[in-house]
Design a protein around this ligand. Structure first.
Ligand code: ZN
Length: 269
């Protein structure tokens, strides 16, 4: 009763109003203030870290992909089979795209980074992740005319407010100088999450999901496209995008991702 009486009083109303105003001002500036007052936290383990991204311990736990790897799919080999050898996967089911490269293996730390960028608005991670991708994809970037992020369906883009692949592509464009085109490729129907689907289900799930608006076809014709995405799993999404771009007469399509799923014991044949 007593608190109700107080809430109703003009003084209390004025106080509440002042508090609300202060709170909204705080929410606008809190991030900036916190950045000065507190050290940034490692996105993977929440320990304080200088700068942004991951701490030294988590950085060590990220599995950067380095040669030797399959020339076509970029899957790391456990031993060096000599130049130009392909993985079993590349020979058994060749991708629609020409080559793929990834900065890291998709493991625990990589998954934390991908989820933070995708679902927790951690756009500040894009420059670091894009930097590692720029290094891993240097060969592909030299052979590319334009970067195209794998698009989200507008419904999903709306709910998440931004496209994580677009942010990675923006960072890579800035570092490599290869121009970025956001609007060449469209996801024309929403697709189920690929998580938990088999390879053939994944292929069916994204079949016909991507298309080029008619007015964009001329801008794809004869150009070498580098697709940018966060994660490469079965390659179904990248293949579906590549198919749509090649149908519009792209000269070539390649793929650069932050992390790729690597089955244990990837061996050349
Ligand atoms: Zn850490």
């Amino acid at each position: 009763m007593e608190s109700d009486t107080i809430t109703q009083s003009p003084l209390r109303r004025r106080l509440d109003h002042a508090r609300r105003a202060a709170r909204s001002a705080w929410s606008l500036t809190s991030r900036a203030i916190l950045d000065i007052a507190l050290p940034t936290l490692c996105v993977a383990c929440r320990d304080p870290v200088a700068g942004h991204g991951v701490c030294a311990q988590c950085w060590i736990r990220l599995s950067f992909i380095a040669p030797p790897f399959c020339e076509r799919l970029g899957i790391p080999f456990v031993y060096d089979p000599g130049p130009g050898l392909l993985s079993m996967e590349a020979i058994a089911s060749p991708p629609v795209y020409r080559r793929a490269r990834a900065a890291v293996r998709y493991d625990e730390v990589a998954r934390t980074l991908v989820h933070a960028l995708k679902y927790q608005d951690r756009i500040d991670l894009a420059p670091a992740m894009g930097g590692w991708m720029t290094r891993a994809g240097s060969e592909l970037l030299q052979d590319a005319d334009v970067l195209v992020p794998v698009p989200l369906h507008w419904r999903r883009g709306w709910s998440r407010r931004y496209n994580q692949s677009g942010h990675l592509a923006k960072a890579i464009a800035r570092m490599s100088g290869v121009p970025l085109e956001h609007t060449l490729l469209k996801r024309i129907r929403p697709t189920e999450q690929q998580i938990g689907l088999s390879k053939s289900e994944r292929t069916l799930n994204v079949q016909g999901a991507f298309a080029l608006p008619a007015e964009q076809r001329a801008r794809v014709h004869g150009r070498r496209i580098l697709l940018i995405d966060d994660v490469l799993t079965s390659g179904s999404t990248a293949n579906a995008c590549a198919r749509a771009l090649l149908r519009a007469r792209a000269a070539q399509v390649e793929v650069l991702v932050f992390a790729r799923v690597v089955e244990p014991l990837g061996n050349p044949i």
